[in-house]
Design a protein around this ligand. Structure first.
Ligand SMILES: [Zn+2]
Length: 224
């Protein structure tokens, strides 16, 4: 297993396993902060100086270290092992109706600006004899969201992962997100939401299936 700072290893473990799960082997403990070569810290100091700040003033002294830790946490998804994530959670069932998990919150980082984009994901599939544990869907979203992303690719990766793991009759994924790189810069348009979708199998080929999926997305859950 790769050497990861402890705080990142914890996040990876949370995505891969559930409370009570056997984490599957000893977890390697490495000191907080991980391998310290100081490159990120030095780079952040450069940025601070370049924008006209004093990296040595009290409020900023700890910033390079915090930024380094933060980025390793926000990109912990690169270290998630998909096999551990799905471990023991794929079940054979005689069920072939649509399964939908709606409004899964996610936070990701735009790879063009390293600024957050965030929103919610809805994931649906039509099983072909196999389903995945409900709690795994948010973890799949998390595994791909905690990376440098563009929303289109994040959407597609979630769909492809379910396709490969379950070989279902179809998969549909819709993401709605606000991008800080869009709302914080230039003309201010708070509330601008980008929607992306990826559809495979029946969700792509059959209008009725796609329409059923979209109708489900519009329906509010009981009590909401
Ligand atoms: Zn951006």
């Amino acid at each position: 297993m790769k050497s990861l700072p402890e705080h990142v290893r914890q996040i990876v473990n949370e995505i891969e396993t559930e409370i009570g799960d056997d984490p599957g082997g000893a977890i390697e403990r490495v000191p907080l902060g991980g391998p310290e070569n100081g490159r990120v810290e030095a780079a952040v100091r450069e940025i601070l100086a370049e924008i006209g700040e004093d990296p040595d003033r009290p409020g900023l002294v700890g910033t390079p270290d915090r930024v380094h830790r933060m980025y390793t946490e926000l990109t912990a998804g690169y270290h998630v092992d998909p096999a551990r994530l799905v471990n023991n959670a794929i079940f054979d069932v005689d069920y072939s109706e649509m399964v939908i998990v709606k409004d899964v919150p996610f936070y990701s980082l735009c790879e063009h600006h390293l600024l957050p984009f965030f929103g919610s994901a809805s994931v649906a599939y039509i099983p072909r004899g196999r389903v995945i544990g409900l709690s795994k869907i948010p973890r799949i979203v998390e595994m791909y969201a905690r990376r440098l992303q563009i929303q289109e690719r994040l959407t597609q990766q979630i769909a492809d992962f379910i396709q490969i793991q379950l070989e279902p009759q179809g998969v549909g994924v819709v993401l709605e997100a606000t991008h800080l790189c869009s709302v914080m810069r230039g003309v201010r348009k708070p509330g601008t939401v980008m929607t992306t979708s990826a559809v495979l199998g029946l969700f792509r080929s059959r209008d009725k299936t796609r329409a059923e999926f979209l109708a489900h997305l519009e329906r509010r859950p009981p009590g909401a």
